[in-house]
Design a protein around this ligand. Structure first.
Ligand code: AMP
Length: 290
């Protein structure tokens, strides 16, 4: 595996892969890699060659009061994990390389990012779309792999790809969880002993909603009540939002007759965590994927 720090060299390799009609796959990450990231990498290795993993803690997607400085960074450990999987290139630019002092541009997808994560984290999605478009321009991927854990993020990236006629196919990969259900996240490393157990409340809340749906409940309000009850019962967990939203508009959904997400965000001690369930109609039944 070759580690690349400059945009110019990464672009050169990307153009070369294009010229040879190779199917280049990109997995954008902020590092501190865990099995969730690695599942995306495995999918990319299965479908693409060469595979580029980008590792960039993007300052533009962190708010002023967020955890940019303390965000976990361990390049050597990440590099070893990617090398072992057989990744071709690790693209790890510095912040100055990505955003020189003269940098002035931002990409905004209107509307879809105003609510939920966008409301709780102003400017977050603007930072995400800006860096993702920049990465796409540098790496020129045919396929780009993202995790469903960040469901609103993927919806916004897809919109950007459609609106700007981007050539990359956006691939959504399932959520990887700990045995007790907690969705893997680089931020889980912030959780202190007791908080780690409390953090499973997000999964348990989603699971309560799933059980209500499986028992025949179809009213989003009652399904959310079952979900919130579990989260509220856990001391140390402060719910930010729990909503059933249309998978396309990300506006609250009054029906399960269209694909939707139950999205949840909560603070566990000082750590903000998100999770979701995908709810899809299947004939008269409704499937729920956690
Ligand atoms: P991040 O490093 O947090 O920016 O995440 C990089 C990519 O990994 C994003 O597409 C995330 O959605 C994805 N990801 C993070 N956690 C998980 C998980 N538990 N399961 C699947 N994908 C994940």
């Amino acid at each position: 595996m070759e580690t690349i720090h400059t945009i110019a060299w990464m672009q050169q390799i990307a153009l070369d892969a294009r010229a040879k009609e190779r199917v280049l796959g990109l997995v954008p990450t902020m590092g501190a890699l865990h099995e969730g990231h690695l599942s995306l990498v495995r999918e990319a290795l299965w479908r693409c060659s060469p595979v580029v993993v980008s590792l960039f803690v993007n300052p533009k997607q962190f708010g002023p009061s967020e955890d940019l400085q303390k965000y976990p960074r361990n390049l050597e450990v990440d590099r070893a994990a990617l090398e072992k999987l057989g990744v071709d290139y690790l693209f790890a630019p510095s912040a100055d390389e990505m955003y020189p002092k003269s940098f002035r541009t931002a990409v905004t997808v209107e509307g879809l990012g105003d609510r939920l994560e966008g409301r709780s984290r102003p400017g977050h999605f603007r930072g995400v779309t800006t860096v993702v478009l920049k990465l796409f321009e540098i790496v020129q991927p045919r396929l780009a792999f993202f995790g469903r854990k960040d469901a609103q993020q993927i919806r916004i990236i897809r919109q950007m790809a459609t609106d700007l006629n981007l050539d990359a196919e956006i691939v959504t990969c399932p959520i990887v969880r700990e045995p007790d259900g907690l969705a893997l996240s680089s931020r889980n490393s912030y959780l202190k002993d007791g908080e780690r157990q409390s953090a499973t409340a997000l999964y348990r809340a989603l699971d309560a909603a799933r059980r209500a749906i499986q028992a025949g409940e179809r009213d989003p309000i009652r399904i959310l009540a079952a979900c919130r009850q579990v989260a509220d019962a856990e001391p140390g967990v402060v719910l930010d939002y729990a909503e059933i939203v249309d998978a396309d508009s990300f506006e609250p959904s009054m029906t399960l007759r269209r694909p939707c997400y139950l999205v949840i965000a909560a603070r566990v001690g000082g750590t903000r965590l998100i999770d979701n369930a995908l709810i899809e109609p299947e004939g008269d039944a409704v499937s729920v994927s956690l």
